[in-house]
Ligand binder design. Structure first.
Ligand code: 0GY
Length: 290
């Protein structure tokens, strides 16, 4: 394990909030176990093991019905742990893989059969080496026929540079963690409004109103992040997803309590209708349509 790596919360609280039937935790990971699924040699961090069994137990404990499991950078382009978890979960999970440009149609079909519905493009320099845009374009050409979408993870300050590329993609694009909004600035600040414009001007863009624990400057109870997430839910109710981000890789300041994170949902999405869209209808459309 990376020396200052924080393991996930050992004993989260039982949430007071009860998610609606069919609710989806649309951003979480499985790590290893390294004995069976070794981490990638090119990884930038080594996490603690976070197994499929632990993820599914947390899903049930928090009151969710389903997961979207996202391939994390510590497993590189080897999706074996993800595929294994998806095959165990059956219809209770879908996945997001990380692939290279040489992936074959047969390999993609095998992933699709296991429940993969998209790929992730990670632009965080602390997590991955730079990938040329042409490589990403090649991958998009290959996944588009399957009806898959792209998940993108970038820092707020990189949006301007990435925007021409992102908006040229001919598929649905889901931006992780609210584009990593700088919540020390207000909702009206040009940096956040640039992200809002991305969603307003491009109907194929969605976002995850996730990771208050990463974005918060003030820390628990993440009051400084809630208005940003709520704003996005109000503005784009049909194009938002929510996830725990368990097991919370690379948290440095503290480890969030997943039960507490779940209790934030009604503050982000106050009405039952908003909660239904955020947790059930939106992920259903994107991940369980076929
Ligand atoms: C997240 C966030 C992080 C890590 C990864 O792929 C990853 O390793 O996504 C992070 O360190 O911000 O979404 O899990």
């Amino acid at each position: 394990m990376t020396p200052d790596y924080l393991p996930f919360h050992p004993d989260p609280k039982k949430p007071d909030y009860v998610p609606p039937r069919g609710a989806v935790d649309a951003h979480c990971h499985v790590f290893g176990p390294a004995k069976t699924f070794p981490f990638a040699p090119e990884r930038k961090y080594t996490p603690c093991d976070a197994s499929k069994e632990q993820l599914f137990a947390l899903r049930d404990f928090l009151g969710f019905s389903r997961n979207v499991i996202v391939q994390a950078s510590c497993h590189g382009k080897n999706n074996d742990a993800l595929l294994d978890a998806l095959r165990t979960a059956g219809d209770k999970a879908r996945g997001i893989a990380v692939v290279g440009p040489d992936i074959t149609e047969a390999e993609l079909q095998e992933m699709h059969d296991a429940g993969v519905r998209g790929v992730r493009f990670n632009f965080l320099k602390r997590l991955v080496d730079d990938t040329p845009k042409d490589v990403f374009r090649k991958i998009v050409d290959k996944i588009k026929p399957l009806g898959w979408h792209v998940i993108v993870y970038f820092e707020a300050e990189d949006l301007l540079e990435l925007k021409p590329f992102l908006t040229s993609l001919p598929v649905t694009v889901v931006v992780d963690h609210m584009g990593r909004a700088d919540v020390s600035k207000g909702i009206g600040d040009p940096s956040f409004q640039a992200f809002v414009s991305l969603l307003r001007d491009h109907e194929n863009f969605w976002t995850k109103v996730s990771c208050p624990e990463r974005l918060s400057v003030k820390g628990v109870p993440y009051d400084d992040v809630i208005p940003f997430a709520n704003y996005l839910v109000e503005q784009f109710p049909h194009r938002v997803l929510w996830g725990t981000d368990w097991p919370h890789p690379n948290m440095k300041s503290h480890m969030p309590d997943d039960g507490f994170l779940t209790d934030i949902i009604p503050m982000i999405a106050p009405s039952e209708k908003q909660q239904q869209m955020l947790l059930v209808e939106n992920p259903d459309r994107l991940y369980w349509a076929d």
